[in-house]
Design a protein around this ligand. Structure first.
Ligand SMILES: Cc1cc2nc3c(=O)[nH]c(=O)nc-3n(C[C@H](O)[C@H](O)[C@H](O)COP(=O)(O)OP(=O)(O)OC[C@H]3O[C@@H](n4cnc5c(N)ncnc54)[C@H](O)[C@@H]3O)c2cc1C
Length: 458
């Protein structure tokens, strides 16, 4: 046979594992290389362990809410080693399932780094062997970005290390204003750390609907996390066992942990893609067409390394579509429209479709429906957290363009709302659905009054 394998996948994360399994089940001879742990970011140091930590953090609010519901809660305390180790046990179990699923599908796994030599060859870094393949799939994901040129940068950590901390920090400085920053601030704050977010922008959550951004600003501060905007770190130094951070405002802050959540780069550095002639964009992402094919015919790329929508379900769909296109004779471009997403902050966010600003850029007439309320479960507990719901509707066709929610269970609600938005339902059809009482979600089908358009006299 001309090549050692039909397909060589670099990276056994969400996308790579799915592509490898489907291709192998379709009869291809497939190998995959993984330099860290099989399962990738989502399973090992992303979505899954993060959500467990979020669940852990939620108990502090539940304990605070309990007396209003008649519960007397005894002395409570939190053990980080217990939570950390239980989460890691589950991560190991899931990584094991991914490993055995690859084996069951007949995929050969090399647990080491691989780099591209040319259009049909990869080199295994540890064992040094060169392997040829008819096609190479780049599924190497992303990697956390560190603040460039920051003196003392090595004193901070990224989300990668946060899951494995030896000791729970009493004080945490989270640097960044995106979803990972908000989620880790929520985790540390909920688990009892004095938490502060330092963000260079003037608002949190760039790219999200403006009303959501404003709502989260209020709720983050109300919840007790300190928020410092329009500021960056200029220096980190050791201060005994602690870290002294100097901010661009001149303020110095003593903390026990600095967590950088300032973005992620596509993981292409040192991968050898230049040797094969694969074109990257300015961010280092592999440029691909709708079938995830790069400019080199035999090299494809999927998931975060293409920097399209950096979410697990998208990477999985990309991987499946690639394998169907090539090995199941079913050309499948991935539909990246109306991708729902969540932020597991306090309160959590669920969002799908266009923000109001994006809708106004693309549509002549846009109707907005919005409500903000204290949910029923907070009324007798004294919890002041509010829920925001916002619908963005095409004023001409009446079609739902976007649903944005910040509040308890928002991600669960938005998964279902995404079905209706993706199906192109109108607000009228949406409203014809009977409310389910008493829920917070019922408010979504009960918003009758449009919010006055900006600039209108109403
Ligand atoms: C903290 C955090 C929280 C997140 N939360 C969510 C969430 O709630 N929901 C959601 O949908 N998404 C979330 N994500 C994003 C999600 O994890 C990614 O979108 C998803 O994992 C992308 O899958 P992938 O297959 O493209 O890459 P990955 O899952 O990153 O897999 C890439 C793999 O390639 C390996 N690799 C890299 N280079 C090489 C090489 N040269 N040789 C061999 N192996 C290599 C890496 O070790 C890695 O295992 C989160 C990410 C982070 C960091």
């Amino acid at each position: 046979m001309k090549y050692d394998y039909d397909l060589f996948v670099i990276g056994a994360g969400s996308g790579g594992v799915r592509a490898a399994r489907i291709a192998s089940q379709a009869g291809a001879r497939v190998a995959v290389a993984e330099e860290y742990r099989i399962g990738g970011t989502c399973v090992v140091r992303g979505c899954v362990p993060k959500k467990f930590l979020v669940y852990g953090a939620e108990f502090s609010q539940m304990l605070a809410d309990a007396p209003g519901y008649g519960w007397t809660v005894g002395q409570s305390s939190f053990s980080w080693p217990t939570l950390r180790d239980n989460v890691q046990k589950e991560v190991t179990r899931l990584s094991g399932i991914y490993t055995s699923n690859l084996a069951k599908a007949g995929v050969t796994a090399f647990e080491e780094r691989a780099e591209v030599v040319d259009a049909h060859t990869v080199k295994l870094r540890k064992s040094g062997g060169e392997i040829s393949a008819e096609r190479i799939l780049i599924a190497t994901g992303g990697t956390p970005y560190l603040p460039e040129g920051l003196p003392g940068v090595e004193l901070g950590i990224t989300s990668n290390e946060a899951f494995l901390l030896a000791k729970f920090p009493e004080r945490v400085l989270v640097v960044g204003g995106g979803y990972v920053a908000l989620e880790f601030a929520n985790i540390f704050h909920g688990l009892g750390a004095k938490t502060r977010i330092v963000h260079r922008g003037d608002k949190l959550l760039r790219g999200f609907d403006e009303d959501l951004r404003a709502h989260m600003h209020i709720e983050v501060e109300r919840g007790g996390t300190q928020l410092t905007l329009k500021a960056t770190l200029t220096k980190l130094e050791k201060a005994g066992d602690a870290i002294r951070a100097t901010l661009s405002t001149g303020e110095t802050v003593e903390t026990d942990c600095v967590l950088y959540a300032v973005g992620r780069d596509p993981h292409t550095e040192g991968l050898g893609l230049d040797r094969a002639g694969v074109k990257l964009d300015d961010a280092g992402a592999v440029i691909v067409n709708e079938y995830s094919q790069s400019c080199v015919e035999s090299i494809y790329a999927i998931g975060d390394v293409t920097n399209r929508f950096n979410l697990t379900p998208v990477a999985i769909r990309d991987g499946h579509a690639f394998a169907d296109t090539i090995y199941n004779n079913r050309p499948t471009p991935v539909d990246h429209s109306f991708v729902p997403s969540a932020v597991f902050g306090r309160p959590p966010i669920g969002t799908v479709g266009l923000s109001e600003a994006d809708a106004r850029r693309s549509y002549q007439s846009v109707d907005i429906y919005r409500t903000s309320f204290r949910p029923m479960r907070n009324m007798i507990s004294g919890n002041q957290e509010r829920t925001l719901m916002k619908l963005v509707v095409d004023g001409e066709s009446g079609k739902m363009l976007g649903v944005h929610i910040a509040g308890e269970d928002a991600p669960e609600m938005v998964q279902l709302a995404a079905v209706a938005v993706k199906a192109g339902l109108t607000k009228k059809q949406w409203d014809s659905t009977m409310a389910l009482h008493p829920t917070a979600a019922e408010e979504l089908v009960l918003m009758r009054e449009k919010v006055a358009a900006p600039g209108s006299a109403a």
